[in-house]
Design a protein around this ligand. Structure first.
Ligand code: GCB
Length: 620
């Protein structure tokens, strides 16, 4: 196991604002203002910290022309025009008022909160005030679980941070920006699709906009534990390895104690000049597994701060075509999930949603989920830790993004880093996925190989995968031939026999598969659509019977593929998609769920459940 402590990033914001100030018009005319303002390194385990929630009703302004950001010459305003009215400059716009306008709930997508916003893509400004009395020896960060897609954050009339990427957390240090008493927080959220974005303009899911996950104000001591990575060494099941990263003026030469009381562990580490300390100790812990999702209380203690987390310890490896959980071969009995609420549309964003969604996976006899096609909220992975469900987590490198564009790569890598940083202590997460169904080219190979290298640098305890497309079919034999096989640890393949293409469902079971590689393969997507409650002949599309026939035949086909070590059919629940236009059957829903948008099970749910029961008999 390669241990590398987190890169220590310096806060880039203050110097930039200063440069902006000096360069004035010149800088603005180059239109690089907020694009350069980064958020701070993310604080680990926000759920285990002292926080004040900023969730609830926020005042909003729907601003399709970005009037609060660009003036009439289309020049951006560094601090936005929709300021806290108390600090408004005379030149600022006056034709707005948050307080007499509509409100939206945070966390929440705007599309399902207001009919007029159902198809809206653009800017919405959010505002809320909060009272706070900062303590001199403490530091504060505003934390966003996620905002889709681009966020500019203004506190008391000043731009304090900027973030790109709709599914990963970010936080901004606001210690020097908070007022004693009332504070005004304004966020510009923009979900316009862009060719150079990750994901790009073309996706098969709804572009839900807004502050989709919780917001909170985190308070930490002047020097605090910013992040830690505490996992089992995959090569040695009784060695705990990792690192701790401190942040603050006293981060060097700090002594920190790591305790696992239930295992009588109490180890001290000392930070280096950069505030990092390596962790390594030997201990015989009860292993986390799908049958026994044992979590230990892990406590990190230093004089000013104590943090508690619940961590499971397990190893995950691949060898000779097998996926090995704690050294034992395992078959992943899974399903794909979009981050949609269990009942109805809109984004899921809380622990109750996670419990229902993952509860269905358990009911289906599953032990694994593919969280498609972007990082889901933290409740999902925490719940998966508790329930003993293995997780495939991925970044939205989806279909045809601009592989040759270095900025696109930097964006994808940053999203990958934010995903790994948040979840690197979760036992449930075993697979980091680089991409979904990306077309083969040299540029794509370089892009994905670099992403794989980056993720392995961040975390060498988990496996790397990607969902590839099947590449050939010759005389009834499907071949997996993709240069990415060399790069990933586990090969994911999406294949829609019986749904897309001309082959009728019943013929899928006759297909044979071959793979160039001896790595384990997961059938990461397969299936078909049905309108729940619509019954008929199994040859009639959109009936539950047709969907079920697709499954029956595909599952028989999979039984004949010797190298498959997991399946995640597409998918648990119907989800909103602007690409799904067929009236009556789709009406903007992708109907490939085995559970309807209202949470009702279709026939295929039970077919998969039975097949997974067989897999349990075969593998356990
Ligand atoms: C796929 C994609 C998935 C789509 C699905 C479909 O291959 O990976 O995002 O939603 O097919 O329903 O066509």
């Amino acid at each position: 196991m390669k241990i590398k402590s987190k890169n220590v990033t310096t806060k880039k914001f203050y110097p930039l604002i200063f440069i902006l100030f000096l360069l004035g018009d010149l800088f603005i005319s180059q239109n690089v203002t907020a694009q350069e303002v980064e958020s701070d390194p993310t604080v680990q385990n926000v759920m285990g910290r002292e926080t004040v929630t900023l969730d609830g009703q926020w005042g909003v302004i729907i601003d399709p022309y970005e009037t609060g950001y660009y003036d009439y010459r289309y020049q951006p305003s560094e601090n936005g025009y929709f300021k806290d009215q108390k600090v408004r400059n005379p030149s600022d716009l006056i034709e707005y008022n948050f307080d007499t306008g509509p409100t939206l709930n945070v966390p929440g997508d705007w599309n399902t909160q207001d009919d007029q916003l159902f198809l809206y893509e653009g800017t919405v400004w959010y505002k809320r005030t909060f009272n706070y009395l900062p303590d001199e020896n403490e530091r504060q960060f505003i934390y966003f679980g996620a905002a889709n897609y681009e966020a500019h954050v203004y506190l008391n009339g000043e731009l304090v941070g900027h973030h790109i990427g709709g599914f990963t957390p970010f936080n901004i240090e606001v210690t020097d920006h908070l007022n004693d008493g009332e504070n005004t927080l304004i966020v510009k959220v923009d979900n316009q699709r862009k060719r150079e974005a990750v994901p790009t303009v073309n996706t098969d899911w709804w572009n839900y906009g807004g502050i989709t996950r919780s917001v909170s104000l985190i308070t930490v001591p002047d020097t605090f534990i910013e992040d830690y990575f505490i996992q089992l060494d995959p090569e040695s099941s009784n060695t705990v390895k990792g690192w701790v990263q401190m942040n603050g003026s006293n981060r060097a030469n700090q002594t920190l104690t790591i305790k696992i009381p239930e295992a009588n562990i109490e180890k001290q580490v000392r930070t280096d000049e950069m505030g990092s300390a390596e962790v390594e100790f030997t201990v015989d812990l009860e292993k986390w597994s799908t049958k026994n999702p044992k979590l230990y209380d892990v406590i990190l203690e230093m004089p000013e701060e104590t943090i508690e987390d619940q961590i499971g310890f397990r190893t995950i490896r691949q060898k000779d075509g097998e996926i090995l959980l704690n050294g034992e071969p395992i078959f992943l009995r899974g399903i794909c999930i979009h981050e949609s609420r269990p009942f109805g549309g809109g984004r899921a964003n809380n622990s109750a949603d996670a419990e229902v969604l993952l509860g269905w996976v358990k009911e289906m006899n599953g032990n694994y989920v593919r969280l498609a096609h972007y990082p889901h909220n933290e409740h999902m992975v925490r719940m998966a830790d508790k329930m003993g469900i293995l997780v495939w987590s991925e970044v939205p490198v989806y279909w045809t993004i601009q592989f040759e564009n270095p900025e696109v790569y930097a964006n994808a890598e940053r999203q990958m880093r934010e995903m790994v940083d948040r979840d690197h202590n979760r036992a449930s997460v075993i697979l980091w996925s680089l991409a979904n169904e990306t077309p083969r080219s040299e540029a794509r190979f370089t892009f994905l190989s670099n992403l794989a290298e980056a993720v392995r640098e961040l975390d060498s305890t988990r496996l790397v995968t990607a969902a590839l497309e099947t590449q050939s079919r010759v005389e009834g034999v499907i071949g997996i031939h993709d240069p990415m096989e060399e790069v990933v640890d586990v090969i994911g393949v999406n294949s829609y026999c019986g749904w897309y293409g001309n082959m009728p469902p019943e013929q899928c079971s006759d297909l044979r598969w071959e793979s160039d590689s001896n790595k384990p393969v997961i059938l990461s997507e397969f299936g078909g659509g049905a309108l729940q409650g619509y019954h008929g002949d199994e040859n009639e599309r959109w009936t539950e019977e047709f969907q079920d026939a697709v499954y029956e035949s595909n599952l028989e086909m999979i039984d004949n593929i010797s190298f498959v070590r997991g399946t995640s059919p597409w998918l648990l629940k119907d989800f909103r998609s602007p690409r799904r236009l067929l009236p009556r059957f789709q009406d903007f829903w992708n109907r490939k769920g085995v559970i309807s948008d209202e949470g009702l099970k279709k026939k295929a749910f039970f077919t998969i459940q039975d097949w997974y029961e067989q897999k349990i008999q075969e593998w356990e």
